[in-house]
Ligand binder design. Structure first.
Ligand SMILES: *Cc1c(COP(=O)(O)O)cnc(C)c1O
Length: 358
């Protein structure tokens, strides 16, 4: 089915199987004689999908007892607000690793003091700050594990003396994580686990109920926990495709297996960037993301940027233009991006190099 090599940052490439299953369910959902977007979300057929969704999450990420997985509207951007609504009494600590982190910080400031423990803004967020101290008097510490725009990633679970909250929008399910180290993990689905329209939040239940301010009903995690993400009508079609995407992941060996593939895919592309005389990577090597690979033309060859974009486009590459704040190129190589697409991009880079430099 795929006719192009899709490197879009989000929404992005999804497994063919998930899309085919979506098409089938749009016509007839589980033999109900109705489309999946026509059935009642209170029907037992739909409730089966919601249950399967949560149980796939729990199985694929080995989520321990005491956590609930929520599926909510509003995207990761609404989680920027929901997190402080539910957790921030006096003070929160944030690591500023990009504009998404900055947006999360902005929302938290409406609820109390925000301590930015470190920032890599000075170098357009091309590395992950280290050697910072997490204040023990803050209500939580917030990190953005994968910085989609800059191609940097916190690839290991960090130790935090206080509740750890992570925006994992663009690396969730790409590598194994120890969920027990986190109080909340959230993100938009559209980068690695489904289409736009639904956000996930993995919430440790015992951290809730500790703030003194009023929490509006729709902002309150405990309301959504009590009603199994069905306090109001959930984004049914987005959730349906998410379930199909997770089924595909499970069938392919789960997170541990896809992680190995992801490492191979990233290595292939980074090796070419490092070898090629025309290109250079923008992220600090030790912090390179395995999901978003950012690179630019080497000094002296900047004039060829447009030509390379056109050359890649003519060979079926889609979505490799870098974010405007970084420039150059970005290849998002999420779980469903096949290794063949990366091989095709590498070949493009090699052929273009020969054209320019002989
Ligand atoms: C895309 C992205 C977001 C925003 O997600 P929405 O679902 O569009 O609100 C937040 N954080 C990160 C790391 C992202 O990549």
């Amino acid at each position: 089915m795929k006719k192009v090599h899709n490197f879009n940052a989000g929404p992005c490439v999804l497994p063919d199987e998930a899309i085919e299953a979506g098409i089938a369910a749009l016509k007839d959902f589980k033999g109900t004689g109705m489309s999946v977007i026509e059935v009642s979300h209170r029907s037992k057929e739909w409730e089966g999908i919601m249950e399967e969704c949560e149980s796939l999450w729990k199985e694929l990420l080995h989520i321990p007892d005491g956590y609930k997985v929520l599926f909510l509207g509003g995207g990761a951007s609404m989680q920027f607000l929901m997190v402080p609504y539910n957790l921030l009494n006096k003070k929160a600590a944030y690591l500023e690793t990009g504009v998404w982190a900055k947006k999360a910080i902005k929302e938290a400031k409406g609820f109390g003091e925000v301590e930015v423990v470190a920032s890599s803004a000075d170098t357009v967020y091309n590395y992950i700050p280290k050697n910072y101290t997490i204040p023990t008097d803050a209500d939580y510490f917030h990190i953005t594990t994968n910085n989609t725009i800059y191609g940097t990633e916190i690839k290991h679970d960090i130790e935090s003396p206080i509740t750890l909250v992570a925006d994992m929008s663009s690396d969730i399910m790409s590598r194994p994580i120890d969920v027990s180290k986190y109080g909340i993990i959230y993100g938009g689905a559209q980068k690695n686990v489904g289409p736009a329209g639904v956000a996930f939040a993995i919430v440790r239940e015992d951290i809730l109920g500790k703030v003194s301010h009023y929490i509006p009903t729709m902002m309150d995690y405990s309301v959504h926990i009590k009603d199994d993400s069905m306090f109001n009508t959930p984004p049914v079609f987005s959730i349906y495709i998410m379930v199909q995407t997770l089924r595909w992941l499970k069938k392919n060996g789960g997170v541990e297996a896809i992680h190995k593939v992801n490492l191979r895919k990233a290595e292939l592309l980074y090796n070419e960037i490092d070898r090629n005389r025309l290109f250079v990577g923008t992220a600090a090597k030790e912090d390179r993301s395995i999901m978003n690979v950012c690179f630019v033309m080497k000094e002296g060859y900047e004039d060829h940027e447009e030509a390379f974009l056109n050359y890649a486009k003519s060979h079926g590459m889609v979505g490799i233009k870098g974010h405007r704040s970084v420039g150059g190129f970005r290849a998002s190589i999420y779980n469903a991006c096949p290794i063949e697409s990366i091989e095709a991009l590498v070949k493009c880079m090699q052929d273009f190099e020969k054209q320019i430099l002989g």
